[in-house]
Design a protein around this ligand. Structure first.
Ligand code: IPE
Ligand code: IPE
Ligand code: MG
Length: 249
């Protein structure tokens, strides 16, 4: 029996988020430059996107470049940005074929203009697709996003459009860049690191976390299936007792 056959189709996570980590180490293990790892990570992205779309996952969010990643050597950043433009262009047919709609979150105005343009054009070209929503987190960090939301809320209060007593979880959610996207139910991090690195801190309040030692360029659909099988074995209690969950009350 293959891993895919072990997945219960009626209990899929609605939203899968992935911290794609380990490209640099993958390259180093092969005596290569870090960018070699980033280039080889593209096949992992393609396979994961296709596998998620085929399974019927509603939302897939990929952490591709963090706010903190801007502190890396210029050479690596430049190479990554070039790779991004090429990949978005080259992979748009894969998105079309799989009925995937592209979206992006993060401080996109910080991206080089050619990256931003390529991204916006792929978002426009896939906007008619109504299958999975693929969100790329680019120049993204959760603290940046939360501060942006707070600033916006403060402005609305100053302008008399909102009262402080009206701030609820729903109102706060609507001010995040993930407004209208349900919270991730499964968060995967590759490369054997056990941390969140400023990714979706608010949204993963009740996500199930899955860590794997696999380095991102080696990640393939079977690794995704294993993470989903692991997810389906968990009892999600949301603060209730196990008995309440079993008795559905
Ligand atoms: C993840 O791989 C990709 C990005 C953060 C852009 P890394 O580049 O962080 O690879 P490691 O963690 O150094 O191996
Ligand atoms: C997290 O990986 C960011 C992305 C995968 C885009 P990092 O490699 O930047 O995280 P740290 O620095 O090891 O926490
Ligand atoms: Mg890393």
């Amino acid at each position: 029996m293959s891993y895919k056959d072990e997945i219960q189709a009626d209990r899929l996570p609605l939203h899968v988020a992935i911290i794609m980590d380990g490209n640099g180490r993958w390259a180093k293990q092969r005596g290569n430059q870090r960018i070699f790892g980033h280039r080889n990570g593209v096949a992992a992205v393609r396979d994961t996107v296709e596998a998620c779309a085929e399974l019927g996952i509603g939302y897939l969010t990929l952490y591709a470049f963090s706010t903190e990643n801007w502190s890396r050597p210029k050479m690596e950043i430049d190479a990554l940005m070039t790779l991004l433009v090429q990949t978005i262009h080259k992979e748009t047919p894969t998105l079309m074929k799989n009925n995937v709609k592209l979206n992006a979150i993060g401080n996109l105005s910080n991206l080089p203009s050619d990256v931003e343009k390529q991204l916006q054009s792929a978002i426009t070209n896939t906007s008619g697709n109504n299958g999975m929503l693929l969100t790329l987190a680019l120049s993204y960090s959760s603290r940046w996003e939360i501060l942006e939301a707070i600033s916006q809320i403060a402005r609305e209060i100053e302008d008399g459009k909102l009262r402080s007593t009206e701030i609820t979880c729903d109102v706060f959610n609507q001010h995040l860049s993930t407004a209208n996207i349900p919270d991730p139910e499964l968060l995967i991090r590759t490369s054997g690191e056990y941390r969140i690195s400023n990714f979706l801190l608010w949204q993963i309040a009740y996500a199930e976390l899955h860590f794997t030692n696999t380095l991102w360029p080696d990640f393939r659909r079977d690794d995704l299936y294993k993470a989903i099988i692991d997810f389906q074995k968990r009892e999600r209690r949301f603060g209730k007792t196990s008995e309440q969950i079993i008795n559905k009350n």
